[in-house]
Design a protein around this ligand. Sequence first.
Ligand code: NAD
Length: 490
Amino acid sequence: MVATLFIDGVWRAASDNGFHDVHSPHDQSVVATVSQATEADVDDAIAAARRSFDSGIFTSWSFKERSDLVSKIADLLERDADLIARKESDDTGKRFTEAQYDLADVISTFRHFAALGAKEHGRKVDVGLPHVHSQIVHEPLGVASLIGPWNYPLLQIAWKVAPALVAGCSFIVKPSELTPQSAIALMKIIEEAGTPKGVANLILGPGSVVGTLLINDPRVDLVSFTGGLTTGQTIMRAAAQTIKKLALELGGKNPHIIFADADLDAAIDNAVTAAFLHSGQVCSAGTRLIVERSIHDRVVSEIVRRAAKIRLGGPSDEMAETGPLISAAHLRNVSEYVEKGVAEGATLLVGGKRSELPEHANGWYYLPTVLDNAKSSMYCVQEESFGPVMTVEVFDTEAEAIAIGNDTNFGLSGGVWSSDSEKAARVASALRHGTIWVNDFGPYRPAAEWGGYKQSGIGRELGEHGLGEYLEIKHIWTNNAPSRSGWFRD
Ligand code: NAD
């Protein structure tokens, strides 16, 4: 019997014993078999979270006590890092080394929130009355549904679980059905660390079945979601019924602007990484290159040369530089996206098809692709492919670069390369995206907020705001010298 649901402190099978296989995107082999929850299981998980929250079993802990718990979880993650990285690499098809980097980021996330929780919370407010003590206190928000994607499965869940624990929320985690193994491992650690029963619950299964309950149930106070725009829209509609709090981390089509005065060697190298790292399956991927006309040919020909020799390979290919796409359906979507781009008039310079190597025949490998002569109006420029597809546009002036970079409904991240620091600062300030890199692309730290402008999301993860998403703010006014209000006549 497969028993990988964690509900009310107990590992159990689905109520109908349902399960599903997880397939490697590298060769379609079965890498795990996990329970598939029923609606009854989700109902139990929500009930357990609600009960534990309302009982005060965890909310009564101090911030310091909960931070200590989160530190302990970080220690246990460190102990099991390689074991979990292996599972993550099996599920996603990414190289083991890359999954090890992800695990290091997961651990830093838990350490960051543990340190933040240990700080002073709340503040006194001076209301100008000596006999009044006015105080702002931070309280745990309630029961949270934490729903994650498949590209950085454990990391995206960690950005939610760590602050939820520090804040004192009870929650139900639902990882992507394509990549559930690392969430199971995290839950085992959360249990081992001594988290009270019912606080942390794990539900597995497709979003269309189990996710729906997690976003509709009135017992849930907050939905924190990372995933695609369409699912985000569904969640917003569902949240309206009970005015749930929402934290949404959605997609991006992120501008990467290179001026002619940039350090071109570094800019080109970063442009290749920004677009093709993890085969473009990165929400902040720099897949929209916007390059000054005078350097277009030089930059693009070098990117094409580099893209053509990127080595694709599976979890255990030590020489691979990036891996497969997550699924057959995703491969189909990326192929259609490129075909649409070409039909719209973009020029295919490299890639544009599946890898034809025999060792990739059973996997979802798509070649790094560059579409030149792209225009802002094109589907391939406006929409996210979430695959290894770079579109290239040109500009002549700084104002034009900014206008193109902002001509999108998304607003997650962007990059600007220039040796003129004042120009770079002006462009960074004018771009309406949640993270801007100047002369760099991609790095982030748990201490800095992450999130999107416009349709890339609502709220922020990480930083200090990332904890705030899981807290309610209460004002307590205490009058130490009570007197009549005197408003109405006796
Ligand atoms: P997705 O929206 O298909 O699925 C995300 C999660 O939502 C999965 O767990 C899925 O099972 C669940 N889900 C699906 N339908 C649901 C429903 N109706 N109700 C509740 N849950 C439901 O996204 P994905 O394909 O897993 O991830 C790729 C997307 O995630 C991309 O658009 C990417 O940009 C985005 N992403 C954003 C960030 C960020 O920080 N902004 C980070 C990583 C990924």
